[in-house]
Design a protein around this ligand. Sequence first.
Ligand SMILES: Nc1ncnc2c1ncn2[C@@H]1O[C@H](COP(=O)(O)OP(=O)(O)OP(=O)(O)O)[C@@H](O)[C@H]1O
Length: 578
Amino acid sequence: MIRRLARYLDPEDAVLISRYFRWTIVSSILQGVTLAFIIPVLRAVLTGDTTATAGWLVGFCIAAVVSWRVEYLATLKGFDTAGELLTTLRYRIGDHVAALPLGWFTPANTSTLGLTLSKGVMDILALPARQLTALIKSIVIPLVLIAVLLGVDHRIGLIALAAVPAVGALYWWVGRLGRRADAAVNRATADASDRMVEFAQAQPVLRTFGRAGSATDHFDRALQEQARTERRHLWLVLPPVILNGMVVRLTLLGLLSTVIAFAAGVTDALALATLLATLPIINRLVTPLGEVAGHATVIRVAAAQMDAVDQILDAEPLPEPAMPRRPSDATIAFENVSFAYDTGTPVLSDISFTVPQGSTTAIVGPSGSGKSTIIRLAARFFDPQNGEIRIGSTPLPLIGAENLHHMVAPVFQDNYLFSGTLADNVRIARPDATDADLDAVARHAGLAEVVTALPEGWNSHVGEGGTRLSGGERQRVAIARAFLKDAPILLLDEATGSLDAENQQALATAIDGLRRHKTVIVIAHQLTTITTADEILFLEGGRIVERGTHQELLTINQRYASHWRALNAARTWRLLEQ
Ligand SMILES: Nc1ncnc2c1ncn2[C@@H]1O[C@H](COP(=O)(O)OP(=O)(O)OP(=O)(O)O)[C@@H](O)[C@H]1O
């Protein structure tokens, strides 16, 4: 555990943790030694030796002062380590996460990251600040006192020593059982919190469809499962904790009866006084031993948080080239690309296509056919398992993240806006953009009318995550952002139905205006965007099943043609409905 904590600190600060550990051990030994002074003090009192009593009392006081001072310093070392962990660990996780591929940021990983950065880090730094210190004390102080007892009367010392392996075994057992139960509790807690968020977010849909009750059932079941795993957890960790108490009480009973039995047969006053003086030591020895299993539970929780941190730190960033290369142009080529997510199910199979510089390729196909995955691969969210993706004949892994970010402006469906003003959100693409630049991209992205409609125009606050804007408005902000970035490649996942007919036309015109200047891959749902593309790829089941211009594909009258007819029918249907 000490080694694991040291790994979280910078190499030059790793010494803090070993220093804390050494000081805590020394402090615990000194506390044990101070307690051991009780034996000669009591023996001197019981035998009526005032001079010896005074001498041992002075020794006891000196030991107590030294022990207090060392404990104070050890506590400071613990706080120093905790303080260093607090800053370093968060930065280390932050730096590492910043280097991870965007594909790592799944909802599950992001929620683990949030929990780890808040509660996880606090649990870990509580180790040197409190928990580990308590565990070290409850092991070292009894060991020192047992050593003293062995010196005073080896028979009493041996009985006390017999408790040590039993407590050690219980410590191990409670850890083993607890780890198994922890996993189930963590799963159930994550599920319950997901259901809770879902329950809150889905209220409008559920109430509209009169299904609020069924969602409550769902939520209830998740809570019941969480309560069930918590109960099981308690039942699993309880027996070792109770056994720990029993072992300790049996040890106490054994030691007390031994002392009494020995005392009954002793006639020598000094020997009797020595025996009786061991009684408070026995008491002080047994109490911390009884707390070991309890400390084990708290430390195991922190160890589970360390596992979560390790899982994040062990996630591999995508390999970066030693000498990043700038692509010669903005042509994008996919060559025999196959890809599967972690689940292992193939999502894209043998995809090959080229988008020449300055041309627009529209990807069309049924839901789940792999369209967004192509865009994610082009932005290097992941590397494909097979095949190669190139920009201007340079494979993506050789371009390097920095160059790639300069070349590519992506617009996804789930566009995140930062809480701040509309202007802040667009300017993030180019901080030195002038107001005139903002107005120009707003016109092209259909954002100008949103700016005009808002009371404070560009200075209107968009709310956390852009919640004060509609989905269509958020997408327009994202498109304006991408236009302002002015990167040579635009990857656009067009939102279904989030733009009205007028704005669809405006966006199609804007994309058309990019022709010859930008290389565009667009996942097209709008008729206007599809028809103006230089090439259309029709995707089905992760394969390109048809390709060509709109006219060519209509002429062969196969899958694309029927998809096109369905889109048209839907539009006519919508118009009739209006
Ligand atoms: N992060 C992920 N982990 C595992 N599977 C995923 C992940 N993202 C997508 N998939 C799966 O990959 C397949 C292709 O998904 P993708 O989002 O590329 O399809 P799509 O054609 O863009 O769909 P849509 O038009 O509905 O957005 C789907 O079966 C989807 O369930």
